[in-house]
Design a protein around this ligand. Structure first.
Ligand SMILES: Cc1ncc(COP(=O)(O)O)c(C=O)c1O
Length: 412
């Protein structure tokens, strides 16, 4: 079939479907890479979102932890509007003010010294690994291997699929890029055993998010840092999910008494606008001009928006709010555990929380919550994850817990 014919047929088919039949259109037009909840969302405000039928939902998924200030926060909308009228995009051969202002704010509030902006979490980790490999080439006799952990999640590019220690993401794409060793999480001995003269870095999430909200022992990251220092290799922390206040401090590393050599950020950094970044200590900042780049990375529109979000997060001490409301939410979930004996465990820090069951009921529970107007994430067959906006109130938590209780009762 020629291209115009194909387009003609498709147009006809598309027109036959009514305008409101977005879900059927999606199946025709998009590569089917995942499953969706059968609802078309058209609007969001704060912790709430509305579908095309006017139903409202309490959103505890928050764009996969990206909408840290909720849907359409005024501070972000204002910055977007202002910058859209001023300068949206320009090539990276020029200096631009929003990019430098955002860099300054991030560096002032972290232990890192230099930054590179990109567009997503996968790209941020990819860049972080490239920087570590460059370091290995220049300082460690060409060492290139990166040790990562089982049940981790670092993104969907081919290299980050290799870094991600979960076979369900890896198997469809083998053979994968070489240079990644996946070892057990929360086990310093496993990292020690995997280290060789070929190792240039260890890449870890301070708390594993996608893997099920797995919280390591309090001293794990310190032990990893000591080992990295002893061996002269780099510690890369993937704070794509944990960063920007999600776990109760601006960055999760602050709670563990460590300082990464490189840190990857995305998600909450943009508050819903696509941005990623990796930051490095001066000692690890070994790129030379021409060795890395991105067309959209650090563009004025996104950086002005991200700057507004980050400044709001810092000025209003949003991480402390996430910690306080997160503790409140955890205490409510603990009470549910008394009521429902199939709740096996509650894990969380700040507003990154998982509820694990001793049965594989997560999908059914997700749908039961959805039917009652609460959006949650099925992170494992036997666990659901909550990552509401950091501005959520205790009242909204109460509402969510009431819906969850009702949904859990239905399970019985
Ligand atoms: C810890 C972590 N790293 C990386 C990524 C990938 O980010 P993105 O989807 O923006 O590429 C994610 C996404 O969930 C994540 O949770």
């Amino acid at each position: 079939m020629t291209f115009p014919d194909k387009l003609g047929n498709l147009n006809q088919e598309v027109q036959q479907l009514s305008q409101s039949n977005w879900q059927e259109l999606e199946k025709k037009l998009l590569l089917q890479t995942g499953t969706r909840v059968p609802v078309t969302m058209v609007r969001g405000q704060g912790t709430w979102t509305w579908d095309d039928q006017g139903r409202e939902y309490l959103d505890f998924t928050c764009g996969w932890a990206a909408n840290c200030l909720g849907h359409c926060p005024p501070v972000l909308v204002k910055a977007l509007e202002k910058q859209a009228r001023t300068l949206i995009h320009i090539s990276d051969q020029f200096y631009t003010v929003p990019q430098i202002e955002l860099a300054q704010l991030l560096i002032e509030h972290s232990c890192l010294d230099k930054i590179f902006f990109c567009n997503s979490g996968a790209e941020a980790n990819e860049g972080a690994v490239k920087l570590a490999r460059r370091y290995g080439k220049l300082r460690l006799n060409g060492a290139y291997e990166v040790i990562t952990t089982l049940n981790s999640f670092h993104g969907r590019t081919l290299a980050m699929t290799a870094a991600t220690g979960q076979s369900r993401f890896q198997e469809p794409y083998t053979p994968l890029p070489v240079g990644f060793l996946n070892v057990e999480y929360n086990n310093i001995e496993a990292i020690k055993r995997a280290t060789s003269e070929k190792t240039c870095a260890v890449l870890l999430e301070p708390i594993q998010g996608e893997g099920g909200v797995n919280i390591p022992d309090d001293d794990y990251l310190q032990k990893v840092q000591s080992w990295c220092r002893e061996k002269g290799i780099l510690l890369i922390l993937d704070e794509v999910q944990t960063g920007i206040g999600r776990t109760g401090t601006l960055f999760a590393y602050e709670q563990y008494g460590v300082e990464p050599d490189i840190m990857a950020l995305a998600k909450g950094l943009g508050g819903g606008v696509p941005i990623g970044a990796f930051l490095a200590k001066e000692s690890a900042s070994v790129f030379s001009p021409g060795e890395h780049g991105s067309t959209y990375g650090g563009n004025p529109l996104v950086c002005a928006s991200s700057h507004a979000v980050l400044k709001y997060v810092i000025d209003h001490n949003i991480p402390a709010q996430a910690k306080r409301v997160g503790n409140y939410f955890m205490s409510k979930l603990e009470s549910l555990k008394q009521q429902f004996d199939f709740i096996a465990e509650i894990r969380g820090r700040g507003l990154l929380i998982a509820l694990e069951f001793n049965q594989e009921i997560a999908e059914r529970l997700l749908m039961a919550c959805f039917d009652r107007g609460l959006l949650v994430n099925r992170v494992k067959p036997n666990a659901i994850r909550f990552m509401p906006p950091l501005i959520i109130t205790e009242k909204e938590v109460d509402r969510a817990v009431a819906i969850l209780t009702d949904a859990l009762k239905e399970k019985n």
